[in-house]
Design a protein around this ligand. Structure first.
Ligand code: DC
Length: 227
């Protein structure tokens, strides 16, 4: 089989992984794979079946009845839950909560492993998530661990929420962000840690375009793309 190009982007929520990955994908002609969407789909299935987010056994018992598929349609990623296109339905706060719970269950991570691996073996990809460089694509050609300070991430989120008419405060968002970081990096299952060979990129002080340019520069340095 022809070797495909694989770029892994990991990091905490709100660091801007998906915007970065989409930008690099467009520039280098790679397929962008948002792996969080897979955990969200399992979360939606759990929610629809009336299983509590904290009920680990209940979540595991649903896996045999579940099929998750991904397709690239007109350049956009779609996810299917038992044949139904749920791409838009997985973006609610309730599903985010369920996605976070199911992602801490080792059986769920195992269930989604081969799907992610198969996608990366078939085409040139840039994949974003939490464990791409460490678990899913340990052999990735380039691994980027994208971070930004809790303050910078909270400030971006504040702008996003206020634009949607949702009232909140930067202080509250910073506190929530720090709490989530602590939980994600200290959990037993797939804790959020950079791979040993990942490049650390902090985008607290730089724009999205500058962040994209940095990753393109890394790819060039590694001779993954032409000068
Ligand atoms: O990136 P996101 O917010 O769409 O991810 C949804 C949830 O899934 C989030 O709680 C983190 C988790 N996740 C994970 O554990 N591993 C991944 N590779 C991707 C997402």
């Amino acid at each position: 089989m022809k070797k495909t190009l694989k770029i892994a982007i990991d990091g905490p929520s709100g660091a801007g992984k998906s915007s970065l990955a989409k930008g690099v994908a467009a520039k280098l002609g790679l397929t962008y794979v948002d792996t969080g969407a897979l955990y969200r789909t399992v979360g939606l299935h759990t929610l629809r079946n009336g299983v509590d987010a904290a009920d680990t056994e209940g979540i595991i018992s649903l896996l045999p009845s579940l099929t998750v598929e991904m397709a690239n349609e007109d350049g956009a990623q779609h996810v299917y839950l038992c044949g139904e296109d749920v791409t838009d339905k997985i973006r609610t706060p309730e599903v985010s909560h369920y996605a976070s719970s199911v992602s801490a269950v080792p059986e769920v991570r195992k269930f989604l492993f081969s799907l992610q691996r198969e996608i990366a073996d078939k085409r040139d990809v840039i994949m974003d998530g939490r464990d791409i460089g460490t678990v899913i694509l340990p052999d990735a050609d380039l691994k980027v661990f994208l971070t930004a300070s809790a303050e910078a991430r909270a400030r971006r989120r504040y702008i996003e929420l206020t634009e949607k008419g949702i009232e909140t405060s930067v202080e509250l968002l910073i506190a929530q962000q720090k709490e989530r970081d602590e939980r994600d990096s200290s959990r037993d299952v797939a804790p959020l840690v950079p791979a040993d060979d990942a490049v650390l990129l902090d985008n607290s002080q730089i724009s999205l375009q500058e962040t994209i340019d940095e990753v393109i520069r890394f790819a060039r340095e590694k001779k993954l793309i032409a000068e």
